[in-house]
Structure formats: C-alpha cells, structure tokens
Design a protein around this ligand. Structure first.
Ligand SMILES: [Zn+2]
Length: 305
C-alpha cells in the first residue's frame, strides 16, 4: 500500500493506493496553522488513522509547499511560512518509524499526471499548476527531477520572456524580483489585468469580483475588455511555455489549477508558442490534468515506485 499526503495551507489530505493504483481510502483534516508541532502531530495522526482503517502498513510520500533544502535538510520556500526552517524530513520519519519521501506539491502534481493521468506514458512531462501561483514540476520516466537545489521546474520566478512595452520591469513579486512569470500568469494577475483594462476603457469597475473563470466566460460572451485581456494572457502563457520547451523539451505539458479550466487554452497556446520554440515543428502536447485536485495527493503516494 502507498500512502500519499498532501500538506496544504488550509487542509491536509491523505490517500491510500493499492497495488494497482486503486484508491483504498481518502481522508482530509484541517491543517493546523502557525504551528509546526501541531502540523507534525496531524501528519502522524493521519497516517495512523489510514493504517488503522485499512489494516495495512504503507510507504509514505508527502507533498509539501516548498521543498526540503538539500543544503540544510530543512523546509524552504514554503508559503505555509511556519514550516520554513523546520526539520520535517528528520522528524516525520522518526515518528512514523520508516523512511518518508518528500517532494514539492507541484512536483507531486506532475508525477501523478505522468504516472496515470493526462500524460500517462509520456517520457518527459512538465506539469504546471496555474492558480494563486504558477508552480511547476518536471517528471522524466515517471521520476521527479529534483535538481541540485530542489527547484527544478520553478519557472514562475523567471522573468516573462520577450517582454513587450509595459511588461518590463513589470510588477513586483513577493519573491523580491520584478516581472516574474507568476505576476503575469497567476489567477490574481489575470483578475488585476481585467480590472486595469476596464479602467483604460473608461468602464466602471465590475460590481463583483471577477475571477479568471468569469473573465474567460465574459470573453466568450463577447465582452471586448475580457477578450483583450484573455488574448494578452494567452500570448504571455505561450511565450512562457515556449521557453520551457526550448530548455526541457517535454513531450507533454499538463495544466492544473483553476486556470486550466479555460477550454480555449488547449487550442490557442500551441498555435501561439510556435514562434518562440527553436524547432521546425513542435509536437509537444498541451493537455488538461486528469486527476484535478487529487493530483497532489496521488503524486505524493507515487513517490514510492
Ligand atoms: Zn517572483
């Protein structure tokens, strides 16, 4: 049995997979906030509960926001900031009395889709979660590419390639840089661009918050400001993914997260990325995640082959 745990900012999800990848059990508990000790206890309780209920002992893989630093062995880059600097990779194996594998949550997403999701059977997979951020991971032959610094796939904090007028130096990012891909392509970035576009067109502000999905729907319904924004978004995403193709040359790029539900991206982006790819033909496929929100926890389980 493989146990996968997805340690999120608001919830901790657990899954138990049988030998053929079938789901034996799912559990979800609220994530304790602002306390590493409580988080650790919740993880141990969740694994114990899964094993009690299934009557079996499993391997344990954990998807975390951020990564275990190869330099220090401590958690880094986590937006659940109370985990940063903590020895999770020492404490959890000791408490569970077995080795535990850890990976970044976007890496788990990519792994899940590469093993038995939308990119099943593909050799090189680039998996992107576009929602509040733009995390991504690389999987080669069903194994996560960790990298020397455990940041492989972190394209979101590269600058947007081939910047146009007004895109450079670009918005400030929480990471301390400016013009990061994430500041143009996250869901909140699309929402901001739409609000700005309405302002430029001297339109009144929207009465309610317009999410990325709302903007996409408005574009389909003929809203000119929404169309302009969505076209700009597609062009930027194509540039950003084009440069990924030049470096990683994935067979499949899988999109997950809220913005992956915008249907037209799968048609428009592969047309738009061609000029940015150094190749006569581009056979890379762009597909929507098959496992949706479950990809993170499934991928954590698959950290043990
Ligand atoms: Zn950044």
């Amino acid at each position: 049995m493989r146990i996968g745990i997805d340690l999120g900012g608001t919830k901790i999800e657990g899954i138990a997979l049988g030998g053929a990848g079938e789901v034996l059990l799912r559990r979800r508990v609220p994530a304790p906030r602002d306390s590493y000790r409580d988080t650790l206890a919740a993880l141990v309780d969740l694994v114990n509960a899964i094993e009690r209920e299934t009557g079996a002992r499993g391997t344990v893989g954990v998807g975390i926001p951020g990564a275990i630093s190869p330099a220090t062995g401590l958690v880094k880059n986590a937006n659940s900031t109370w985990l940063i600097g903590e020895p999770l990779a020492d404490d959890l194996p000791r408490l569970l009395e077995r080795p535990v594998r850890f990976a970044n949550d976007a890496n788990c997403f990519a792994l899940s889709e590469a093993v038995d999701g939308a990119a099943a059977g593909a050799e090189i997979v680039f998996g992107v979660i576009i929602g509040t951020g733009t995390g991504a991971g690389i999987v080669v032959n069903r194994r996560v590419l960790e990298g020397a610094n455990a940041i492989a796939g972190e394209w979101g904090h590269n600058p947007l390639p081939a910047p146009r007028d007004g895109e450079w130096p670009g918005p400030s990012c929480y990471c301390g840089r400016t013009g990061c891909i994430e500041t143009f392509l996250s869901g909140p970035a699309l929402e901001r661009d739409y609000a700005g576009e309405r302002q430029r067109r001297a339109l009144p502000p929207s009465e309610t918050r317009q999410t990325a999905a709302d903007v996409a729907a408005a574009a389909c319904a003929g809203d000119a400001a929404a169309s302009t924004v969505l076209e700009r978004y597609e062009e930027r995403l194509a540039r950003a993914l084009g440069s990924v193709i030049n470096v990683v040359d994935p067979h499949v790029i899988v999109l997950g997260g809220g913005l992956s539900n915008i249907d037209r991206l799968y048609d428009s982006i592969p047309r738009l990325w061609a000029p940015y790819v150094f190749s006569d033909a581009v056979t890379t496929r762009l597909v929507r995640a098959a496992h949706g929100d479950s990809s993170g926890v499934r991928g954590a389980a698959w950290l043990w082959e």
